[in-house]
Design a protein around this ligand. Structure first.
Ligand code: MN
Length: 632
């Protein structure tokens, strides 16, 4: 595909896309991979390009598209991550780095991990959910071109796809990717079944898709005439889902007739029945196929109207009609096979993913306000990470936690007697900073004991208090709060071009959004001073570094903290409200908290919108428990 066509596809859904940046990424990746060939013999660049195109279908933002184009550049060419950073900035570089990191995860003994934990490791490593989307697109493109590989490799990749990646796509609600990943896996794992289904299902997938589009259009029009507000989605069923149904119900292929499924999602329950009436008026219903799960819900709470009809072309269609709320419940309910039976930690993880999924779904459907979508960034774990025991059990820890924190989190005795730590199979110092997805093994020795020195680097209060109690010390609260204030501030600044730890100078004590400058210290840290600080004239000019507040970029940024009812669809309602103000969302983070969910949303107040206005509108929503502006 030529560059101009590629760009045209992006502009079709996002006129505000950063085309200059995307062109730059395109040119760089094409040049860097020049001369490299894939196993099938085609130019290597066709792979990153293919992955980027899959993301374009998902209406991805500019940074995601750039990162997809560049995703193999660091691993496979001599372009370094530093170079990417300097050419494309931190956001794109960290996406590329994230994908590279997933690529590199290697496990000690794969058999030690359940598929479930592997999925969790990957999701935790992704950190920014966009990394996972790029990874899924990467995998899908590899599956589409799997033919070129040796057959044992095909089997391995297909199995991994079916066990790990398709469920991740499912969990995140990226249905199209999930469906195709499963069908392609089936083709290599069960070629006979695949061939059988392909021969039985008359008409190609695209034909069925076209037929489906035609019918959904008609239904949409008819519903509108009747005054029913509803979304109508149609899809030709995937081979794998048909195969699963045959296996699960132990039925033959010709007993499965609904190869096309159409969903109608309404606002109210009466509208569901109006829509049903309309369907039965328009097509011939098949007897005994109508089920009313709205008045009689299934035992798992599932609610919907089901009916099957025959079109005038003799095709059988299955309809599912339900309200928005029922739809969200149903979709999460389907994912129930990947719910953790396990601990509180597991449930939290799951909750987070389910909220991120809502964000992702909302983003795909809300095509109307593309400028708003452009800047939406999704963080999975902002201030915490998930690392793993050698057996693959997940342990949540705060950002920058160390092996000592890990040891105490597993068990106090392990903390008190830890002598050595292995991170991803390599011996590492006790003060190493762990990263999401790391696998940690702690060696204990009955003669080993905690050292006072550990207090300088541990991050969890559990480790701190256990070490202190072992050493017979009091807990020094004050130092802790001073430190946390510094970490607040240091997270909000960006050092142009470089990365170094930040210290806030005591002399002028800069506050958030004060005009600031930075200076290198002897120990390669950077201290922040107010631009007006009298002391900076005594510092060497060549040690000065430009500093930017991350939050500042043109428009004022407001940070709102919302406590929401933990209800499916809640986040979408909040985001719709923001969208109606046409403000840019800079970031959304969610944190489950008992029966509620705390969501922090940073918005760029474009077009003179006032925070108070948004706040008072938010307060009117019944799902809002509390809402406040976070003033730094
Ligand atoms: Mn790749």
């Amino acid at each position: 595909m030529r560059q101009s066509e590629f760009i045209k596809e992006i502009l079709a859904y996002n006129v505000k896309a950063n085309i200059a940046m995307i062109r730059k990424a395109y040119v760089l990746a094409e040049k860097a991979h020049k001369g490299q060939k894939r196993e099938g013999g085609e130019e290597y660049f066709s792979h990153p390009l293919g992955a980027a195109q899959i993301l374009i279908e998902l209406k991805a933002d500019s940074a995601t598209i750039c990162a997809a184009l560049l995703h193999d550049v660091v691993e496979d060419t001599d372009v370094s991550i530093e170079k990417i950073k300097s050419l494309f900035g931190d956001e794109i570089a960290s996406l590329v780095e994230g994908v590279t990191k997933i690529e590199k995860i290697h496990f000690k003994r794969k058999e030690d991990y359940t598929s479930e934990n592997l999925r969790k490791i990957l999701l935790a490593t992704a950190k920014d959910i966009r990394v996972m989307l790029i990874k899924l697109a990467d995998r899908l493109h590899n599956m589409r071109t799997l033919k070129a590989l040796r057959s044992d490799k095909q089997q391995r990749v297909a199995r991994e796809t079916l066990e790990i990646y398709a469920p991740i796509a499912h969990k995140l609600g990226v249905w199209r990717i999930k469906g195709e990943l499963e069908d392609l896996s089936l083709r290599y794992l069960e070629p006979d079944v695949y061939r059988f289904l392909a021969s039985k299902i008359a008409g190609k997938r695209t034909e069925r898709e076209n037929h489906t589009t035609e019918i959904t259009k008609t239904i949409k029009r008819k519903l509108k005439e009747k005054g029913v507000v509803a979304a109508v989605f149609g899809r030709a069923k995937y081979f794998y889902s048909i195969y699963k149904k045959m296996k699960k119900k132990n039925i033959a292929f010709n007993e499965i007739y609904d190869l096309i499924a159409i969903r109608i999602i309404t606002k109210t329950i009466p509208d569901c029945y109006s829509a049903l009436g309309l369907i039965h008026d328009s097509f011939k219903p098949i007897p005994h196929r109508f089920k009313d799960y709205i008045s009689v819900p299934k035992s798992n709470g599932y609610q919907s109207l089901h009916t099957s009809v025959i079109t005038d072309k003799g095709k059988i269609l299955e309809f599912q009609i339900r309200t928005e709320e029922m739809h969200y419940v149903a979709e999460d309910g389907v994912a129930a096979h990947w719910r953790y039976q396990g601990t509180e930690r597991d449930k939290m993880f799951d909750k987070k993913i389910s909220w991120l999924k809502q964000l992702l779904e909302w983003r795909t459907f809300a095509s109307s306000s593309s400028e708003f979508i452009e800047t939406l960034k999704m963080d999975l774990f902002v201030d915490e990470m998930v690392v793993f025991t050698p057996k693959g059990d997940p342990i949540s820890l705060p950002y920058e936690a160390t092996p000592v924190d890990f040891a105490y989190m597993v068990h106090t005795n392990i903390g008190n007697h830890c002598s050595k730590a292995l991170i991803n199979n390599k011996i590492a110092p006790m003060e190493s900073k762990l990263e999401s997805g790391d696998i940690i093994e702690i060696m204990t020795n009955k003669n080993a004991k905690p050292s006072r020195h550990w207090l300088k680097f541990v991050k969890t209060s559990k480790a701190r208090s256990k070490i202190k109690s072992f050493l017979g010390m009091d807990i020094d609260q004050e130092k802790k709060s001073e430190k946390s204030k510094q970490v607040d501030i240091s997270k909000c600044v960006q050092i142009v071009g470089k990365k170094a730890p930040i210290k806030v100078s005591k002399c002028c004590n800069p506050q958030l959004f004060d005009p600031i400058v930075g200076f290198y210290t002897k120990d390669k840290k950077i201290t922040l001073h107010k631009k007006s600080c009298p002391n900076i004239h005594t510092l060497e000019k060549n040690k000065e570094v430009p500093i930017l507040w991350i939050e500042k970029r043109g428009f004022p940024v407001a940070k709102l903290r919302l406590t929401l009812e933990d209800k499916v669809g809640a986040l979408a309602r909040v985001l719709n409200l923001f969208a109606s103000y046409k403000v840019n969302i800079r970031g959304v983070t969610t944190k489950p908290k008992k029966e509620h969910v705390v969501t922090t949303i940073s918005v760029e107040l474009t077009g003179g919108v006032k925070v108070d206005e948004i706040l008072s509108e938010l307060k009117k929503l019944d799902i809002i428990v509390a809402v406040e502006e976070v003033k730094s």
